[in-house]
Write a protein that binds this ligand. Structure first.
Ligand SMILES: [Zn+2]
Length: 172
């Protein structure tokens, strides 16, 4: 699988394009956005919502991407809520690894009481503690979670299957 939209050296592009291993694979795709399981240490059930395009700033999203974003974030948040029953779902975007603007990606992180107790933290401090520990999610658990969440986002997938066009203009 190759894609002319992939930006050389961009982790987000390379994960979306299949150039790097992605446990769980693509979970959903809708309105110029893709949903994947996070590869970072934010726990099983944390999903990433990012534009297919290599976009570095929210202000650079186009009209259709912007219109799709709100409903998609709500739908993804509802799906992880149903499966994890968390205390809260954090939805945040930093995209500033190494202090440089990167391919934007919203993190949708279900936070359980057990996560807060384990790290004695919540909010950004909890995320900081999880990154400091750097415990990557078990790929088998990620695969299992993705298999369960994919049907909950199924209608988003169906919509895109009827409208998505490959870079050469052909239907997928
Ligand atoms: Zn990119």
């Amino acid at each position: 699988m190759s894609n002319a939209r992939v930006h050389a050296g961009c982790l987000a592009c390379e994960l979306a394009d299949g150039r790097r291993p992605l446990p769980g694979g693509r979970v959903a795709e809708h309105g110029g956005w893709v949903v994947e399981h996070a590869v970072g240490p934010l726990g099983v059930g944390t999903l990433v919502v990012k534009p297919v395009r290599h976009v570095l700033h929210v202000a650079d999203l186009d009209e259709s991407e912007s219109a799709a974003l709100g409903p998609l974030l709500r739908r993804v948040s509802a799906a992880v809520t149903e499966l994890v029953r968390p205390e809260q779902v954090y939805v945040c975007l930093w995209s500033h690894a190494g202090g440089e603007p990167g391919h934007i990606h919203f993190v949708v992180q279900p936070v359980r009481r057990a996560d807060m107790e384990r790290f004695d933290a919540f909010g950004p401090a909890l995320q900081g503690a999880m990154f400091a520990e750097d415990e990557r999610p078990d790929p088998a658990a990620v695969e299992e979670f993705c298999a369960r969440v994919r049907p909950l986002l199924g209608s988003a997938q169906d919509e895109v299957m009827s409208s998505y066009r490959l870079p050469d203009g052909s239907a997928k």
